[in-house]
Each structure stands twice: as C-alpha cells, then as structure tokens.
Design a protein around this ligand. Structure first.
Ligand SMILES: Cc1cc2nc3c(=O)[nH]c(=O)nc-3n(C[C@H](O)[C@H](O)[C@H](O)COP(=O)(O)O)c2cc1C
Ligand code: SF4
Ligand code: SF4
Length: 420
C-alpha cells in the first residue's frame, strides 16, 4: 500500500487532499465531518476582523456544459460571516479531536502590520498547523483594499507576507489570484516576502450570463449582479498553467505549491501533482457531491501509484514539469498526420466539415460516405480527432523524418536580420 502522507511547506497531512477555503470549511462541525471519512486537511473559510461581513442572496451561479451541471461555478460570497472567536474555538476543538489532520487558517485583514500580527497570534494560539493568506478573493473584499487588491500588486504581496512572517511560528502559504497578466510576478513577491509556499488559484473574474426573457443577469441580487469568482472543472487548464509557470520559474522553482482549481477526481489531483503541487485543494467538487468523494480520491490515487510503482508522493511530484516549455523550445520538425480507422467510422461527416471550414481542407469523403485524409496536406492540427464522436477512430500518427530536431530559437538565428 503506497504512503499517501503529504508535506506541503512543512504542513503535514495523512493525504494530499485538502478542502479549499470555502463553504465546506465554514465551521468546525463540517470540518470534523470531513476528516472522519478521510480528508487530509482543511483550509478554514477565510477569517477576518470583527464585526463579520454581511453576505447577499443569492450568491451562486453556474454554467452547465453539455449536460454537465456546474462545469463552471461562480460566486459572489465574501469571507466568513461568523464571529472570529467562534471560528477560533472550533479550530481548537478540531485540532484536539484530529491532531494528525492539517488545519490551515485562511486570513484576510486590512493591510496594516498590527492587524496582521493580531490575527496571526490568535490563529497560532488556536492550534492551526499553517496559515494561508487570501490575496485572491476577486469581489467585495477587493473593493475594500483586501483580497485580489493585494494579490494584484506584487509590492503589497511582499509587504503583507513579511508582516505575517514577522509574527508567525507556523508555515505560511500565499494564495494567489489568477486575475493578473503574469502570475509569476506576485509569486516571486510572495517568495521574496518569505512565504513558505504558494497556493493557487483563487477564482477568476466572471459574469455568468443574461436572461433573454427578463434581460437581467441570470443570477442576481434583486435584478443586479456584481462580477463574481469563477471556478469548477472549467478552470482546471488555467490553474494548471499557472502552477506549471511557478514550478518552472527560476525565481520560484522548488517553492512548495498547493494546487487548486477545477479538481474533481483523483486523476485531476495527480495532474496537478505531476506539475509540482505537493497538496491539492477542492471546493466546487465538494459543494457539488459532498465530503464522500474522498474515498474515491484516496483509492484512485493509491491504485494509480501501485500501478506505476510509486511508493510515496515525492516519487512523482513535479515529474512532468520539465515537459512544459516555452513555445520556442518545441521541435518545428516534429510531424503528425491524422489517420482514420474506417472500420469504426460512423460516417457522421464531422471531421470533414471541421477540417474543411476550420482547418486545412484535407479530408475527402469517399463513395461509401467515409472520410479519407490527404496525408500530404494534413498539418497535424488534431482538430478532426477532437471533433470525432467515436473514441479512437481518428488517431494522430507520427511521421518519422531523417531531419534533426530544430527549435524556433535555432531556426530564428538563420533568418535575415531586420533592416529597420
Ligand atoms: C462559494 C465559494 C466561496 C469561496 N470562499 C473563499 C474564501 O473564503 N477564501 C478563499 O481563499 N477562497 C474562497 N473560495 C475559492 C476556493 O477556495 C477555490 O480557490 C476556488 O473555488 C477554486 O477551486 P475549485 O475549482 O475546486 O472550486 C471560494 C469559492 C467558492 C465557490
Ligand atoms: S489533423 Fe487537422 S489538417 Fe489534418 S486532417 Fe485533421 S483537421 Fe485536417
Ligand atoms: S468524425 Fe469520426 S466518425 Fe465522424 S466521419 Fe469523421 S472519422 Fe467518421
């Protein structure tokens, strides 16, 4: 049986699966109910200064894609609306009952040294194993100079991280907002401020849609809506890109990462870990299906590790990072062409139409109504294989050449120099 115990920035948990800071971690009762079936850690719903915030109704909207409910999920909720003392007492109680599980206090207070020192002292005293700085909440709190308003300004990220590190005796994760042009800048600032690790992503700015009957937003607060934070399965590729950027950046390489964004299954989690995450956090999947999904997350990870011969998480964390490179390092001479298995083809025409209108006009339809690829004209773009409804019917075959690999970097050195 592989060992699933995780260590992310010095925060230890029996497995890498943590609940992200969100409604599922809103109270001690919920966190204990999640730890019982096996969640490894919980990042508490973000704590702030009293008096607590006031939330609006309604708060959530969702995008269903092709029958999948909540493929994208949006919220305009704020941080905890419960008194700080209640949350601290419950953190203490959870830690007493579950000493081996990780409890991480997510924090957001105004950008003043004393305010941060005060709350840090209190969550450390309550027994938290780590702290997560919420520099990502994109609505409501950011308009009050907190959350993403900090995460979008690297100088503030560094300054507040330093405030917290001055006082904290436990590891500090900085949770980043994806609502920036280049996430490496706030990540570098967090590292420069002394962060022990980085968690990402928080939610993405979004508006969910307009009702064509009422002409009002699809979900609203009495007919009006503010932009909210988008998450759920639809954001996973964006989150993985950002994780891989931080893992590859020479200025942040090696910093522990807690991966968040669209994780629903054990295999999603493994993908984040292969790109460098040493723990993963889930929110939307738990809001959708409940704490019970932990049994499949754990058994799926165990089975996969067994099949691959990995005995500890460290055996595979970051193993795929080196395969994500800059475009100019790709081999321009690598060539693939589409190949159609005519025996499984159902003659639906989708590939031919896609190639004809959206690619390179190189699929011809035969007399039997089945498609044929004109290999010389195929640029290997993959489009036909992506639209084909029959699994495995179109595969991309590598065409071997005798030519040595050539990257854009190398090719560009032979190009004529610009004259102006
Ligand atoms: C309703 C809701 C409330 C959230 N509240 C918080 C919060 O208080 N603090 C925080 O850091 N992130 C908060 N988040 C963001 C999540 O922790 C997480 O970063 C995001 O949902 C992406 O993960 P997912 O795709 O698994 O949902 C919230 C998300 C949702 C959907
Ligand atoms: S890979 Fe692209 S270019 Fe080639 S046949 Fe398919 S759609 Fe056309
Ligand atoms: S999309 Fe697939 S099934 Fe449909 S015609 Fe093309 S190869 Fe056949």
């Amino acid at each position: 049986m592989p060992d699933l115990s995780a260590d992310c920035a010095g925060i230890r948990s029996p497995n890498p699966f943590w609940l992200a800071s969100a409604p599922p971690t809103n109270s001690g009762e919920q966190v204990m109910r999640a730890f019982e079936p096996g969640w490894g850690g919980a990042v508490w719903k973000t704590l702030g200064v009293d008096p607590p915030v006031v939330n609006v109704t309604s708060r959530y909207g969702s995008l269903d894609i092709g029958g999948q409910k909540m493929a994208g999920f949006n919220n305009i909720e704020l941080i905890t609306d419960r008194p700080l003392a209640d949350n601290l007492r419950e953190i203490y109680e959870v830690k007493k009952r579950f000493p081996n599980n990780a409890v991480i206090a997510s924090l957001m207070v105004p950008c003043e040294r004393q305010a941060w020192h005060d709350i840090v002292a209190r969550v450390v005293e309550a027994g938290s194993d780590g702290i997560e700085l919420n520099f990502g909440c994109p609505h409501g709190m950011s308009e009050r100079g907190m959350g993403a308003a900090v995460g979008q300004v690297p100088d503030y990220v560094k300054m507040v991280t330093e405030f917290v590190k001055e006082k904290s005796s436990i590891p500090v994760l900085v949770k980043l907002t994806p609502n920036v042009t280049d996430v490496r800048h706030p990540a570098r600032a967090a590292a420069a401020g002394g962060a022990d690790g980085i968690s990402l992503i928080n939610t993405i700015n979004s508006v969910m849609g307009v009702d064509l009957e009422t002409l009002k937003p699809k979900f609203s607060v009495g007919g009006k809506i503010a932009h909210g934070g988008y998450c759920g399965p639809a954001v996973k590729p964006i989150a993985m890109h950002m994780v891989s950027q931080i893992a590859a950046d020479p200025q942040t390489r090696g910093i522990p990462i807690s991966g968040i964004g669209g994780i629903s299954t054990w295999s999603d989690a493994v993908e984040f870990m292969l790109l460098g995450a040493s723990s993963v956090q889930l929110c939307t999947a738990v809001m959708h299906y409940g704490f019970r999904i932990i049994s499949e997350l754990v058994s799926g990870l165990e089975d996969w590790m067994d099949a691959k011969g990995f005995s500890r998480l460290e055996d595979f964390i970051g193993k795929s990072s080196a395969h994500i490179v800059d475009w100019n390092e790709l081999n321009l001479r690598h060539k693939t062409v589409a190949s159609i298995d005519r025996s499984t083809c159902i003659a639906c025409d989708l590939c031919a139409i896609a190639c004809h209108d959206g690619a390179h006009q190189c699929i011809k339809i035969g007399r039997d109504r089945k498609p044929r690829v004109v290999a010389e004209d195929c640029v290997g773009c993959n489009l036909c294989s992506l639209v084909c409804p029959v699994d495995g019917c179109i595969s991309m075959k590598e065409v071997k050449t005798d030519l040595a690999p050539l990257t854009w970097k190398e090719y560009s050195t032979c190009l004529p120099k610009p004259t102006i």
